[in-house]
Each structure stands twice: as C-alpha cells, then as structure tokens.
Design a protein around this ligand. Structure first.
Ligand SMILES: Nc1nc2c(ncn2[C@@H]2O[C@H](COP(=O)(O)OP(=O)(O)OP(=O)(O)O)[C@@H](O)[C@H]2O)c(=O)[nH]1
Ligand SMILES: [Mg+2]
Length: 302
C-alpha cells in the first residue's frame, strides 16, 4: 500500500460491553470473537463473576470487549456486588451488546436490563444467541417483539457456540467504533494476569464437575505461581475455598477422585494458555460463610 493510502486509512478503536441475563452465552460469544478462550463458561448461571477484558485486533480496528457477569435481580451479598459491577460496565463504553438466549428467554432479567438501557446514549446491539436451538418462525417473532420495544441499532441472531453469524456481528459493530489509535499493543489480548485466568479455569472445572449448589459456595485463589526451567514448566499451588465442611468432602470426592478430575482438567487448559508444562497442586479449605463476609469477598477478588 502506498504512503498516501496509508494516511487516508481510518483506524477505529473502542470499548464494547457484553451484557445480558445469566447463562445467555456472553462468555462463549467473547471467546468465539477472540478466537481463543479467556473467559470461563458453564451451563450453570452466574459463572462469570468479574469483568473480563478481551482485545480483538483487526486490520482497520481494535475492539476491547468487556464480558460481564449476568445481570439479574440479585439477593445474596456476593451476587449483589457482582451484578453492580456488570451494570457499571455500561457507563464507559462505546457500544453495548445485549445478549439474549433465544431458546430459553429470561423475561424478568431481560426487561430489567432493557430498562437500564433507557439511560444510555451509546448504540445498543441486540444479539439473539443460541439460534441453533430455535425454529425460524419463533426467532422472527422474538426479533419482531424486541424491535418494537427498544430502538436497537441492530438485532443480530447468532450461535455463539457454533460461531454462526459472528463475522456479521463484528462487521455491524466496526463502523460504530470511534476513530482513533489502538488502546493496546498488537500482542495484548487481555489485561488480566495469567494467574487470575488460571484461577478462573480451576473455578470453571468446579462449576462443570460438581453438583447444584457447590459452585456458588466456592472461590479459588492462587497461592503460588512460578515459572521454572526457562519458562518450560509452571508450578501452581491453588486453594479452593468452600463455605462448609460438607462441601469440602464433595469437592474432594471419594478417595480424592473429584479433586483429581478438577485438577487434571484445569491443568490441561492452563497448559494450553501458558504454552508450558504445568504442575498444579490443589488444596481445599473451609472458610465459613465467606460469601457473606465483606473482607473475604475483597480478598477473593469480588
Ligand atoms: N446451544 C447453544 N448453547 C450455547 C450457545 N452459546 C452458549 N451456549 C451454552 O450456554 C451456556 C452458558 O454459556 P456462557 O457463555 O457461560 O453464558 P454467560 O452468559 O457467560 O453466563 P454467566 O457468566 O453465568 O452469566 C453454556 O453451557 C454454553 O455452552 C449457543 O449458541 N448455542
Ligand atoms: Mg459468563
């Protein structure tokens, strides 16, 4: 390309909040747009607890996506803090993506979120997710309903898990980004340290491998994270905190089988992320009612 054309090329960059009801597929969508996994997912609602930042680099633009916890009418202290964090992500972004599960709508949370959008000046795109599970006429009916409810910039049906219509979604967002230089250098994909993502990957396995209420009573902290042998080996010690003694037993499982499964699956995923061999050692600790304890919440990063 000639210098002249170089100068005429417009670069766009900006922040996009990904919000929606719990379990709508926000984190799956982020991972799909990134082309790699940085945000954990599970079929249980309220998997994401922190703001997760992911940078997507394109030839003429840079997107900084902010994946957020599912917004709902929270009651537990932990969830109230988490939902507040998600809502506050709406303030300082250039585009808002609201994700809805087209297969299993959550009318109460959806109405609550759309109500929050009334105060927002930025363009809002409605993403109807999980179209792989929906019949066309049902999808059209949902699109029609929402088109009448709110002046969305666009309504785009996708399947985040299959990667269908993701390019169309990104193409629709690009012209809405403000002109300006990139915020992050080309090799940056997130602002979160590897040790945080490692803790999240362990938490994901707890979400996926343990029953009903256990995941909601757990937090994961990394007690040590060290690179050895010129970075070809990473040694990690992590603690899974639970609220009661009985939960400790369920995490450990018969003869330690459950904990072993959690450890093996998490280790494989962490190895993919760090590109090195990983020794992962897990501990389980009871921290009575940590999710109601302000000091513990802060210590665990919430
Ligand atoms: N069939 C189908 N399932 C999907 C799709 N997108 C996400 N899922 C599934 O939906 C569940 C929730 O996905 P997540 O990405 O964790 O949802 P989330 O909105 O981030 O959830 P929270 O963080 O808990 O608010 C997971 O089991 C995903 O595999 C999709 O397009 N089709
Ligand atoms: Mg999530």
């Amino acid at each position: 390309m000639s210098n002249m054309q170089d100068k005429l090329k417009i670069f766009r960059s900006g922040f996009v909040a990904i919000v929606g009801a719990p379990n709508a597929g926000k984190s799956t969508l982020l991972n799909q747009m990134m082309g790699e996994k940085i945000s954990i997912t599970s079929k249980k609602p309220q998997t994401t607890r922190n703001r997760i930042l992911g940078v997507v680099h394109r030839p003429a633009s840079q997107f900084i996506f902010i994946d957020t916890p599912g917004i709902h009418k929270a009651k537990r202290p932990l969830n109230i803090r988490i939902v507040d964090a998600a809502i506050s992500a709406l303030g300082n972004v250039d585009i808002v993506l609201i994700i809805m599960d087209a297969a299993y709508p959550d009318p109460e949370s959806e109405a609550f979120i759309v109500k929050k959008l009334e105060k927002i000046k930025q363009p809002v795109i409605l993403v109807l997710n999980k179209i792989d599970l929906v019949k066309k006429p049902d999808l059209l009916a949902i699109m029609d309903k929402w088109a009448k409810e709110y002046p969305f910039e666009a309504i785009i049906p996708v399947s985040a898990i299959l990667g269908n219509q993701i390019d169309e979604l990104v193409a629709a967002m690009e012209p809405l980004l403000p002109e300006g230089p990139p915020y992050y250098p080309e090799n940056t994909i997130t602002d979160m340290p590897e040790r945080f993502i490692a803790a999240e990957m362990i938490r994901e396995k707890v979400f996926r491998l343990t029953g009903q209420e256990i995941p909601y009573s757990t937090a994961v902290t990394i007690t040590s994270f060290s690179e050895e042998k010129n970075g070809t080996l990473v040694k990690i010690n992590a603690t899974i905190h639970v609220e009661r003694g009985s939960q400790k037993g369920m995490i450990i499982g018969k003869n330690g089988s459950k904990l072993k499964m959690i450890g093996t699956e998490a280790r494989k995923e962490i190895e993919r992320m760090v590109g090195a061999k990983v020794y992962l050692k897990l501990f389980v600790r009871v921290h009575k009612n940590w999710s109601k304890d302000t000091k513990a919440l802060r210590r665990f990063g919430y």
